[in-house]
Design a protein around this ligand. Structure first.
Ligand SMILES: C[S@@+](CC[C@H](N)C(=O)[O-])C[C@H]1O[C@@H](n2cnc3c(N)ncnc32)[C@H](O)[C@@H]1O
Length: 246
């Protein structure tokens, strides 16, 4: 799994994201950005290179083995983003460690922007993360997230079709496609069609975001396809499970 996508991938994945950052800097001077599942932090370094001390970059990983400050420094020199001398002068992005399926270790209304590349498909509770994104965003803040709505494993020879999807939502006994479910929420925009390589989700900060879903279970697909597989998350709109016979 690549963990070294750079700022050029942010442009590729999230259209005019950099222009939004530029405009925000022009209007308020400085912005704080979260890279959710930052890997080695190469994209964050790209932001520092592009915007200098006008950006404060914070990233998280599940654990240190996925990317630490030391790895980031090494990669920065190897990829010629910064020389060793330059690295000693700049304010390096911070990397912290947490489980994004749980409450994020940040205050509410903290970030101007959040982005996430190739990470959410690995979270047990993706919906909780989207709600948390909204919580940590400031007023008028924006998140752009690559979310793996597309049938992730299609065309992988030998991969059973019942395992293609990473999201599953059940509403009163019927399965609803995640993209259709999100249509109910005005601050959520799905960009791109199902199957597009670069489909992503945009969240515009609202006071409180509650999708009205309960996580039933998550299934780790690693047992099928070790190198790339993510985690399927299954939700229901039935918050209180009350079997009819009780
Ligand atoms: C495939 S790497 C992508 C790294 C980087 N965004 C890139 O595109 O190069 C997936 C990242 O997601 C992070 N991740 C996976 N599951 C996570 C979880 N439950 N909580 C926090 N981070 C997680 C990993 O630590 C890893 O850095």
């Amino acid at each position: 799994m690549p963990k070294d996508r750079g700022i050029e991938k942010v442009k590729d994945y999230f259209e005019d994201f950099l222009d939004l950052v530029r405009k925000k800097i022009a209007s308020q001077g400085r912005v704080r950005i979260l890279d959710a599942g930052c890997g080695y932090g190469i994209a964050m370094l790209g932001f520092v290179k592009e915007f200098g001390n006008k950006v404060e970059m914070i990233g998280f990983n599940y654990s240190e083995k996925d990317g630490s400050r030391e790895m980031m420094k090494k990669e920065a020199v190897k990829k010629r983003i910064f020389s060793k001398k330059e690295l000693s002068k700049i304010k390096l992005p911070r990397i912290i460690y947490c489980d994004a399926s749980k409450k994020l270790p940040f205050k509410s209304n903290y970030f101007d922007f959040v982005y996430s590349m190739a990470s959410i498909y690995l979270y047990d509770d993706k919906i909780n993360f989207l709600q948390e994104c909204n919580r940590v965003l400031k007023k008028k803040g924006i998140a752009r997230l690559s979310v793996a709505f597309w049938p992730h494993f299609k065309n992988k020879v030998g991969f059973p079709s019942k395992y293609y999807e990473m999201w599953e939502i059940w509403d009163k006994g019927k399965e609803i496609k995640i993209i259709d479910y999100f249509k109910k929420f005005k601050n959520i925009r799905n960009i791109g069609k199902a199957g597009d390589r670069l489909q992503y989700l945009e969240i515009k900060k609202v006071k409180k975001l509650d999708f009205g879903l309960k996580l039933v279970t998550s299934i780790d697909y690693n047992f099928i396809w070790k190198k790339w597989a993510g985690i399927k998350s299954i939700y229901t709109t039935q918050r209180k499970l009350k079997p009819r016979w009780k």
